[in-house]
Design a binder for this molecule. Structure first.
Ligand code: GCO
Ligand code: MG
Length: 412
């Protein structure tokens, strides 16, 4: 049997998604997620113009060989666009292999190492009171871990900080959307690191006071600190026993994490913008992080992410796979199958998709008693309703821009 057709679907049911559909000569269909937030169409072109034509007629079961072919042969290796494209094809081939075996994908990856995946939700609030309200909502739903992000006095809008609406629903999209056809630029936000560093320990104190010691608390620094600022923050959070501090510095400068480690025992998580095992080489071999933040979508698929986790396992480092809404339900399912199978699973991020998104992507994963499970449907367990998808055209949408008070551009 062989790959007969590759289609690239672009749909925007509330947000943009890029999905690859691989069809084999015996009529099996596999899906893969290639969504790269704010740069979706670059991946579409990479797939349609440069990848799909080279794969027709190849053996769909040669997953590792196809991965190596797409990684090595173009000469220009790695990078987010390339690796999202590789990821989409890789996931689709794994989906096909599992459907052919009649098994949920995790069974082909070694079978279940656990009954379900510890999961964290996104809680946020412009004030500590509003944040606590949001956390109560998640605790009631059964979450044993929450990421807490809060407003900082003096700053108007901070990425990832919103109050829940009156119905208690808490949804936000990382990327702002333009009305179809309108010219658009990313939204602009203002940042002040000193104000943030002063305020965040009081947020943790307020949450601990309300919820006690057991609830796992995570925080995302979103690459905004210099190495010494990151060290200061990690140290100042220690009394509140954080589960992790994520992206305390821009992670591509791997060596700076040595400084943070020298000053603090706060666990560190990095990697949502990484796309290969080499981005982790120093971080893993020097044990500078505790959690790998990659997703299958941005790290070369199940094959790429499995490679990273096998390397991390040798150093006792665990997974904390990226699971925002810009990882599609297909990418999310890939994370869940791998997370269920590997021994060094840590925690899974879960930002549930909107009802509109889920009317286009039919999922079989489930959240029960604080744990996610990929479900027992053969393959990844996600279907794309192409008719429903066609009703939602691509809408340009960009992640925000952050500036310091003097107007200079800052990480957001
Ligand atoms: C997270 C992330 C996201 C990213 C988003 C960018 O930890 O979930 O930081 O919110 O910013 O995925 O596309
Ligand atoms: Mg993050």
């Amino acid at each position: 049997m062989s790959i007969e057709r590759i289609d690239v679907n672009v749909t925007s049911p509330g947000r943009n998604f890029v999905t690859v559909k691989v069809t084999t000569s015996d009529g099996i269909v596999g899906l893969g997620d290639g969504t790269l937030n704010g740069r979706e169409l670059a991946v579409v072109s990479y797939l349609r113009d440069h990848v799909a034509p080279t794969l027709i007629g190849r053996d769909e079961s040669a997953i590792e060989q196809t991965w190596q072919y797409l990684y090595r042969s173009p000469y220009w290796r790695r990078g987010p666009v390339t690796m999202a494209a590789v990821a989409a094809i890789d996931m689709a081939l794994w989906d096909i292999a599992a459907k052919k075996a009649g098994e949920p994908l995790y069974k082909l990856l070694g079978g279940a190492s656990r009954t379900g995946l510890l999961t964290y939700a996104h809680a946020s609030g412009t004030t500590i009171e509003k944040l606590n309200e949001a956390i109560h909502g998640y605790v009631e739903q059964g979450f044993g871990a929450v990421r807490i992000q809060a407003g900082v006095p003096g700053l108007d809008q901070i990425y990832g900080v919103h109050d829940s609406d009156p119905g208690g629903k808490y949804e936000y999209e990382p990327a702002g959307r333009a009305d179809a056809g309108a010219a658009m630029r990313p939204t602009e936000e203002t940042w002040d690191t000193r104000a943030y560093l002063r305020h965040l320990p009081t947020v943790f104190a307020g949450v601990r006071e309300e919820f006690g010691p057991e609830l796992r608390l995570l925080h995302d620094g979103h690459h905004r600190m210099s190495p010494i600022e990151a060290a200061k923050l990690a140290k100042s959070l220690e009394p509140y026993d954080p589960f992790w501090l994520e992206d305390c510095t821009p992670g591509e400068d791997q060596a700076v994490l040595r400084l943070v480690r020298q000053h603090s025992v706060t666990p560190l998580a990095i990697g949502e913008v990484f796309n290969s095992v080499y981005d982790y080489q120093t971080l893993i071999t020097e044990r500078l992080i505790d959690y790998v933040r990659s997703s299958a979508t941005h790290a070369g698929g199940i094959t790429g992410l499995r490679q990273i986790m096998a390397f991390a396992a040798v150093y006792g480092i665990r997974s904390g796979f990226h699971g925002p809404t810009d990882v599609s339900p297909v990418g999310m399912a890939a994370n869940l199958h791998l997370g269920l199978a590997i021994h060094n699973f840590g925690i899974q991020e879960y930002m549930p998709h909107s009802e509109t998104t889920l009317s286009v992507f039919r999922t079989s994963y489930r959240f029960e008693n604080g744990l996610l499970h990929p479900g027992e449907t053969p393959g990844l367990g996600v279907e794309l309703d192409e008719e429903a998808a066609a009703a939602h055209e691509y809408v340009p949408a960009y992640l925000p821009v952050n500036r310091l008070r003097d107007g200079s551009v800052h990480d957001w």
